[in-house]
Design a protein around this ligand. Sequence first.
Ligand SMILES: Cc1cc2nc3c(=O)[nH]c(=O)nc-3n(C[C@H](O)[C@H](O)[C@H](O)COP(=O)(O)O)c2cc1C
Length: 292
Amino acid sequence: MSGNIAIELGPARFRNPVFLASGPAGYGTEYEELIDLERIGGVVTKTITLEPRAGNPGRRLWETQGGLLNSVGLENVGAERFFKDKLPALEDKGIGVIVSLAAEGWDDYEGLLGAADDSSAAAVEINLSCPNVERGGMAVGTDPELVARYVELARKRLPDRAIIAKLTPNVTDIVSLARSAEKAGADAVTAINTVLGMDLEGEDSRPVFRRVSAGLSGPAILPVALDAVWRITRSVDLPVFGVGGISSVDDAIKFFAAGAFAIQIGTAVFYDHTLPERIVEAFEQRGLPARN
Ligand SMILES: Cc1cc2nc3c(=O)[nH]c(=O)nc-3n(C[C@H](O)[C@H](O)[C@H](O)COP(=O)(O)O)c2cc1C
């Protein structure tokens, strides 16, 4: 045993740096029978908006070679139910939690931050990068000035919580987004959300999704995510949560070598729920991987 691999981010403390990424793991409780959530660093909960959202109609998931396209569209129970039922269900069991929030506009963002302020959440991840919604999401997250405005307001309204900005890779220069988040007072950034993609099907080659473009995740995007983590950590003085395509212990080690402070696992838990705990075990035995 190599001992303590706990991490700290502002006021938040986690058992280790291995998290379930926002989305695939829902509100965490869905995976309780499959993953020992008290063994891992924590769960980044499904992104919530101020009001409940039904998500996108029609097909939502589509497998590609080495990847998964999704067009879920931020289906969620809304802030009120989340903070009343979902968050306590995790916290009461001692499970580490990072609450993912997304604004659908400036006014509801104020309301959402107010709800987070009234809650016990120690860490929030602002999802500035969802590709599957009309308002907020990537429309905000691709503009460094808007990233700064959204992070600044979170910093102001939640002065004593850890604030993490989740960035989109669908830009020419993700480092400029990370710089904006840093200047605006974020405690960390998460890189990356899904990569824009599409697929076609049938004899007449029709788009598989109603919205045509969707978000690509899984092993196919690992090199994109690694590159983002490498470049951000060499330009910005913020801890980085690395996420994108992790499907083995070796993949996890690569993210630390590239400079990550912690990792998140998304798509892989759909087909290998043992992975998060195997990564924790490896780190407990060998210590956290060295940074390059
Ligand atoms: C089905 C699905 C739903 C997702 N929902 C969210 C979400 O609600 N909020 C968010 O920030 N990211 C969401 N993501 C993106 C993941 O958190 C992660 O950034 C991305 O999938 C890359 O990691 P992976 O390759 O390990 O899945 C979702 C991904 C998938 C596959």
